[in-house]
Design a protein around this ligand. Structure first.
Ligand SMILES: O=C(O)CCC(=O)C(=O)O
Length: 328
């Protein structure tokens, strides 16, 4: 019989506490070890390697399997220190990572009582002293960590992963990731696109004054570091679809392919969505209900509605060995 691992229910408190590092509260969650104790008839405890930890996993090769020459080509214009890499993983990788996630022990999930979101943490407990109770990552997460590091995208080899599973319509409150991580977040999206927003502080959020809006497409990697990590809150709205606004200065009867002049998502020029829209004429896109007209907006005249689905994100970070005490 497997040793009972407590299932923990985390209760997030009020809105203001959502800006605290969720990670600090996550340390209440027991780690799921690669080894579990199996009780046999003579009462002796044996150790057995879990299949999810031991099994082989290989990511498919793509343009990010080798060194990325210049991360700056993936920089999101209009906000400092945010990078967006579409198709960081292949379609097949997306499916196999998804399969691996649902093969993990079901007791690794932590349900949030206030939200239709649940999460898992891998790697250990994030503390002032660094990563405690450190555990090796399941092989598929180790493969992603290695890909990020070997491609020289991530300056540190990630040792910690948070999996968030969002049901359709569910997002995450504005928060920062706190000082215990190396300030470089790698976040991969599976299953659904969504819009990710940055705000200066809670007051700006309440006032609806956002700093940036970035489209996260499935299979993409978004990175935020330095200023965007330290100075902004990040959030995903609770919505069943996201609207991307566009400015297109073309005649509807023109046979030319669409050329988007401007969008309200800052990374539009880096997305697959741009490629898809700009492969159509305006007439086609309107006829097929891909684009819709926007009225009474001085900046944008068309929009696209992107329906959400269940989404999983993998937040892949590095926790330094120990925190360096500030010098006085
Ligand atoms: O789902 C995401 O992309 C964001 C997750 C997040 O903000 C976090 O894990 O702190």
């Amino acid at each position: 019989m497997f040793k009972k691992i407590l299932s923990t229910v985390i209760k997030e408190k009020t809105q203001s506490s959502a800006t605290e590092s969720l990670e600090q509260r996550l340390n209440e969650i027991p780690n799921v070890s690669g080894k579990q104790e199996i009780q046999v008839s003579n009462n002796k405890l044996l150790k057995d390697e879990n299949s999810f930890q031991a099994r082989e996993f290989k990511l498919e090769d793509n343009q990010f399997s080798s060194q990325v020459e210049n991360l700056e080509v993936h920089k999101v214009d209009g906000i400092n220190t945010v990078y967006y890499l579409k198709d960081f993983i292949t379609l097949r990788d997306e499916q196999s990572i998804n399969d691996e996630i649902y093969d993990l022990p079901t007791n690794s999930w932590v349900d949030l009582t206030y939200s239709n979101r649940r999460l898992q943490k891998w790697g250990g407990d994030v503390t002032q002293k660094g990563l405690e109770n450190q555990k090796s990552l399941p092989t598929f997460l180790e493969a992603l960590s290695a890909k990020l590091y070997q491609s020289k995208i991530s300056p540190k080899k990630p040792n910690h992963v948070l999996l968030n599973e969002y049901q359709k319509g569910v997002g995450i409150m504005p928060h920062t990731d706190g000082p215990l991580y190396f300030p470089w977040v790698n976040s991969i999206s599976l299953g659904s696109d969504c819009i990710f927003k940055f705000y200066k502080d809670m007051q700006s959020y309440r006032d609806g004054v956002e700093q940036a809006r970035v489209l996260l497409e499935k299979r993409s990697l978004v990175i935020f570091t330095d200023e965007a990590y330290k100075e902004y809150l990040h959030t995903i709205d609770d919505l069943t679809s996201d609207i991307v606004l566009l400015q297109i200065d073309q005649d509807e009867s023109s046979n030319d392919l669409i050329k988007v002049v401007k969008s309200n998502v800052l990374n539009f020029s880096l997305t697959n969505l741009k490629k898809q829209i700009e492969s159509l004429t305006l007439e086609q896109a309107l006829k097929e209900d891909i684009l819709f007209k926007v009225r009474d907006n001085p900046d944008f005249n068309y929009c696209i509605e992107i329906k959400r689905d269940k989404r999983i994100s993998l937040t892949i970070r590095y926790v330094p060995e120990c925190q360096i005490a500030p010098q006085n």
